[in-house]
Write a protein that binds this ligand. Structure first.
Ligand code: ASP
Length: 438
């Protein structure tokens, strides 16, 4: 049995967090490969080391003095070394990094040092070998991740090590320069390592006890989701439910390795399991998995009699948007009506032009743009097999006296998406949550 364990920045922010991490790793001998982030925030107003590195490099690359900030970064690591009494010196590493900053080694290189140095310290503390991610994680010339080559090299490498620490967030380009994933990318590294190790489980340790059914800033103390499928998670993350990097799902999904989101500060909590398939009947208490939403959309509504008989109508509408560089998010349609939901930022300033072009392209009877729309996605694999979910959602919203502008049910029957006026967002979300979770 092999478990890959990834620890986020707040789990490794200082020496006391390192101790919790070591206790967790050592508690199960199956926890063989450890993927650390860079030290994160120790308290609310604190700065993540990654952000300090970006800032420091931006000073260095514009020829400004960066020593003060560089020393602060050094001190963060030194404090961990001192408090854990580690027999490690990072002097040489920092000398190398300093001259690389001066010779402008790149922003990605700079940011990646956060994980690299933390990996060295964690490896020393755990007594595990250290594998530099630059030697096992690869990007292609166009900057995209080279999944197959990485998997080849990394899986061979891991066979040589029973236990190891592999820093998250970065890898190398064909010309040996360093490249990082996007922010929060250590989650992706953890997933890649899990695939290469053919792990039984990918544990992703963070500072919350799993995914919540709704955003706790909107709904008071929402319940934790016990089990969620990859696809449900994708729906919820698209709507802005954070915790895990979106791209972290793909490598493990390929081979069906479950992800378990756990809390470093509460290791006894079971957390959330993200799996390929999950039974729906276990959670028949509330029938939905989660609710998420986002503000900042626009609905373009088009009406025309006999629209359904007009060949190419939809294509002409979408072509206008495409020509203006606007992608659409949803496309619910009726018999003589069609709605296109787009991101408000994408259409800002172009409204009149779009209306004119659409009028010319399809000669509609009526065309209207509604701004300031929020979308709410109610997601649940249980919807497919149970009647009445949509009715319950709509009733909840109606009872809270909120007007629904758009309804869209994904063809997979995994979600119902509602469009409402932005100012009703919090009210509607709470109403739906309460209707399903008593
Ligand atoms: N340290 C990087 C960041 O802050 C990557 C990560 O933590 O996953 O984005």
């Amino acid at each position: 049995m092999i478990k890959v364990v990834k620890f986020g920045g707040s789990s490794l922010a200082d020496a006391s967090q390192f101790k919790k991490v070591a206790d967790i790793v050592k508690a199960e001998k199956e926890r063989k490969y450890v993927v650390p982030s860079a030290p994160g925030k120790r308290f609310k107003e604190d700065t993540k080391v990654t952000d300090m590195l970006y800032e420091c490099y931006s000073l260095a690359s514009t020829g400004k003095s960066f020593d003060e900030l560089f020393t602060k970064i050094r001190e963060r690591y030194q404090q961990i070394i001192d408090e854990l009494s580690l027999d490690v010196s990072l002097d040489e590493e920092f000398a190398k990094i300093r001259s690389a900053f001066v010779s402008k080694a790149g922003r990605d290189y700079a940011a990646s040092r956060g994980e690299y140095l933390n990996g060295i310290l964690l490896a020393a503390y755990l007594g595990f070998p250290f594998i530099d991610a630059a030697e096992v994680i690869f990007f292609k010339n166009d900057g995209s991740f080279d999944s197959e080559y990485t998997n080849d090299v990394l899986s061979k490498k891991l066979k040589e090590y029973e236990y190891a620490v592999i820093p998250g967030f970065y890898g190398s380009m064909p010309n040996d320069t360093i490249k990082t994933f996007s922010r929060g990318g250590s989650d992706i590294t953890g997933s890649i390592v899990s695939r290469a190790a053919m792990a039984d489980l990918y544990e992703n340790w963070t500072d919350v006890s799993g995914f919540l059914m709704a955003d706790p800033r909107i709904v008071d103390s929402p319940m934790t989701i016990d089990t969620i499928t990859y696809r449900e998670l994708r729906e919820l993350s698209y709507m802005g439910a954070g915790v895990l990097h979106e791209d972290a799902i793909f490598p493990v999904r390929l081979c069906g390795i479950p992800i378990n989101i756990r809390n470093t500060n509460d290791p006894s909590a079971r957390g959330t399991f993200i799996v390929a398939e999950a039974p729906t009947d276990r959670e028949n208490t509330h029938n939905i998995t989660g609710i998420a939403g986002k503000k900042g959309f626009c609905i373009i509504s088009i009406e025309k009699d006999m629209m359904n008989q007009e060949l190419g109508f939809g294509r002409r509408v979408l072509k206008v948007l495409e020509d203006n560089g606007i992608s659409f998010e949803h496309l619910p349609s009726g018999i003589d009506t069609m709605c296109v939901v787009v991101n408000q930022l994408a259409i800002d300033g172009l409204e009149k032009k779009i209306i004119d072009e659409l009028s010319r392209a399809v000669a509609p009877d009526k065309i209207e743009i509604t701004r300031d729309v929020a979308l709410i996605a109610v997601v649940g694999r249980g919807m497919k097999s149970r009647k009445g979910t949509a009715a319950k959602i709509l009733t909840a919203v109606a009872e809270s006296d909120v007007n629904i502008r758009m309804i869209d049910q994904g063809s997979s029957e995994l979600n119902v998406i509602l469009g409402i006026q932005q100012e009703d967002f919090e009210k509607a979300l709470n109403a739906i949550y309460k209707k399903f979770v008593k």
